[in-house]
Design a binder for this molecule. Structure first.
Ligand SMILES: [Zn+2]
Length: 262
């Protein structure tokens, strides 16, 4: 749980957000544009706002197969099926149109992909900055800036990267409104939003602003060679596998793999 205290000035805790999930998500086309559309019965849920794995579940939707990362290529790596599954499990991150008094929600697939890829790029750009990896900084910055920045000095690249991260996260944070909950015994300030992308960007902001010694410490890759899935996840202590692959799943996958290779 991400918990922070401003002991002298008060208590800011958690993000206040509720979203609707639907039984199924279908693909519809309208005027040449593809949409994720809700189907079946709605249900109101509260997303796991204080778990970095929420943000990482969006980032893990992007599948990179080659070194050059064009924005377009990254967008196309998110399949409709993967996007629909995410929206079914977590709800619409944002809704472009409601029809019939909110009974149907629509979100264009390209908008979903664009937001996820931007988040993915910011996250990787931040990691590249953390490790001072010039090659990676250039690579991700190029995809975001959509122009050639290879003749920039390393210092200028770093400043540009930090500017991109700040500006793009800022655009999202602006959408959050602080609200007070005066109920005893824990009066506190909550940040309110209706948008799951905003929640994910807020989590990225939290990750970036962690104290140096804990920064990225619990960020791990679920190990494929040991039966894991290769996804990024946030896990404390010696946790080895992501929340979707428990030890038994990983063990049986590893056994199957060994059997096949013998
Ligand atoms: Zn896994």
């Amino acid at each position: 749980m991400v918990y922070f205290e401003f002991e002298e000035i008060g208590n800011l805790i958690d993000v206040d957000v509720a979203v609707t999930t639907w039984e199924r998500i279908i693909l519809r086309e309208r005027e040449g544009e593809q949409y994720l559309v809700s189907g079946g019965a709605p249900k109101v849920v509260k997303p796991p706002t204080t778990d970095y794995n929420f943000m990482l579940s969006l980032i893990n939707l992007v599948k990179v197969s080659d070194v050059s990362v064009s924005f377009e290529g990254l967008m196309n790596s998110i399949s409709f099926e993967a996007a629909a599954k995410w929206v079914q499990e977590n709800g619409f991150p944002e809704v472009e149109h409601y029809y019939l008094d909110g009974a149907y929600a629509w979100l264009s697939l390209s908008r979903f992909r664009r937001e996820v890829v931007t988040l993915w790029l910011l996250f990787h750009l931040w990691l590249a900055l953390l490790y001072e990896d010039e090659k990676e900084i250039t690579r991700y910055l190029q995809s975001l800036a959509a122009r050639n920045i290879s003749d920039f000095s390393f210092r200028r690249k770093k400043i540009t990267a930090q500017q991109f991260i700040s500006d793009l996260i800022d655009q999202r944070l602006k959408e959050m409104q602080p609200r007070i909950s005066a109920y005893l015994p824990n009066p506190r300030i909550l940040l309110h939003t209706n948008n799951l992308f905003t929640v994910a960007y807020f989590q990225l902001a939290l990750l970036i602003t962690q104290k140096d010694e804990t920064k990225g410490k619990n960020l791990k890759v679920c190990p494929i060679e040991e039966g894991g899935c290769g996804n990024l996840f946030w896990g404390h202590g010696n946790r080895k596998f992501c929340p979707l692959c428990d030890r038994r799943t990983a063990y049986s996958r590893r056994k199957k793999k060994n059997k096949n290779s013998n």
